[in-house]
Ligand binder design. Structure first.
Ligand code: GTP
Ligand code: MG
Length: 352
């Protein structure tokens, strides 16, 4: 009997497979399969539905852009360990800038990002804004979850602080169950949602509530150092009973940005004003000036402007870093080529 393809392998991915690929993946008793990455560490990956860790080999292994959690891959179980021999193109990919430079893929093939921020000390609209810009960059729709809104808690102040972001905010108490069914209702079979946010905001607690089982370890933030302990230390993907997928992430302290485009989209009004100023479009300037002046008086706009400036500076610095990196690469390869040519060129003729 033909083997069935895994649920969640949507037309976007099926379209990348030839008739021969499909036949091999469904062949009765065959050893080739399509699978989804649930954990990744360089060339070692865990795949949903496979007991053993697999190794990513050949063209599928790109150290510059390795396979990440959420990727769909083709794997051969002919050998031990199984070998991932192809990664399918991604429908989306969340990336972040690493604190020491460079860009890191975070998770692939996402349909929804749930940005978690807890009531109380963690509440930081600017950080949420940075996450939202990152999601925008990746083309992944984002919703905000205001976590730890336990029975009797009043989220009004927190909701008010988050309102200027213009994002949908849902209060939730994963520990007591409030809001969990609302989140479940957003996830259709085959959808993949990733939970983002600082350590201790309750991402893993919500994952467990949605999975209906204690799969992920949860814990309090350690008070002895200011960094806080990250209970979840690696990214992982989990299949929900209804057919959707969830990605749990370790809390990160720094939310790095990748391109400037996401910043512009996160702050469309500031961006439009700057464009008008830059290109000298008098009519546009006039249209923007009146509402801008009105808003300017509001303190929240000053805060937004400061946040925008920080994001823009950060994104520009990253672009600059990449340009410098590309220049250095080009210089090195020119030097290498010169060295090669010198070796193979004829020795210079001596002057008589
Ligand atoms: N009061 C309350 N506590 C919660 C709620 N959700 C989670 N917590 C607690 O918050 C602490 C941290 O929860 P985790 O789910 O481990 O947080 P996390 O975001 O996964 O943290 P990292 O794995 O470190 O990134 C735990 O002690 C949870 O019991 C909630 O809705 N209400
Ligand atoms: Mg966790």
């Amino acid at each position: 009997m033909a083997r069935s393809l895994p649920p969640g392998l949507r037309p976007f991915f099926l379209d990348q497979l030839s008739a021969a690929d499909l036949a091999a993946l469904q062949a009765p008793g065959g050893t080739l399969s399509a699978a989804r990455v649930s954990f990744a560490s360089r060339d070692r990956v865990r795949l949903l539905g496979l007991e053993a860790m697999a190794v990513v080999a050949g063209a599928a292994f790109d150290p510059e852009d390795p396979v990440v959690v959420g990727d769909w891959v083709l794997v051969s179980q002919d050998s031990d360990p199984p070998v991932v021999y192809r990664r399918l193109d991604r429908s989306s990919c969340l990336r972040r800038r690493k604190p020491l430079g460079g860009v890191q893929a975070v998770a692939a093939n996402l349909d929804l990002a749930l940005i978690c921020t807890a009531m109380g000390a963690d509440l930081n609209p600017r950080r949420v804004e940075r996450w939202a810009a990152l999601c925008q960059e990746a083309g992944v729709p984002a919703r905000v979850l205001l976590t730890k809104v336990d029975p009797g808690a009043d989220p009004a102040g927190a909701l008010h602080a988050l309102a200027p972001l213009g994002l949908s905010v849902t209060p939730l108490s994963a520990l007591h169950g409030e809001g969990v069914e609302t989140v479940r209702g957003w996830l259709q079979p085959g959808d993949t949602a990733t939970l983002l946010g600082s350590s201790g905001v309750g991402k893993s607690t919500l994952i467990n509530a949605l999975l209906g089982a204690t799969i992920q370890e949860t814990g309090d933030i350690r008070a002895i150092d200011e960094k806080g302990r990250h209970t979840t230390t690696s990214r992982s993907l989990h299949a929900m009973p209804g057919g959707a997928y969830l990605v749990d992430n370790p809390g990160v302290r720094e939310v790095g940005l990748v391109e400037t485009g996401g910043v512009a989209e996160a702050f469309p009004e500031i961006d439009a004003l700057l464009r008008a100023a830059a290109f000298g479009a008098a009519a546009t300037r006039a249209r923007w000036a009146a509402p801008w002046r009105r808003r300017w008086r509001r303190a929240s706009w000053m805060a937004a402007l400061a946040a925008w400036k920080k994001l823009e500076d950060e994104a520009r610095a990253e672009v600059q870093r990449r340009v410098e990196g590309a220049r250095t690469d080009a210089r090195l390869s020119t030097q290498k080529a010169r060295g090669r040519n010198a070796r193979f060129s004829e020795p210079a003729k001596r002057r008589p």
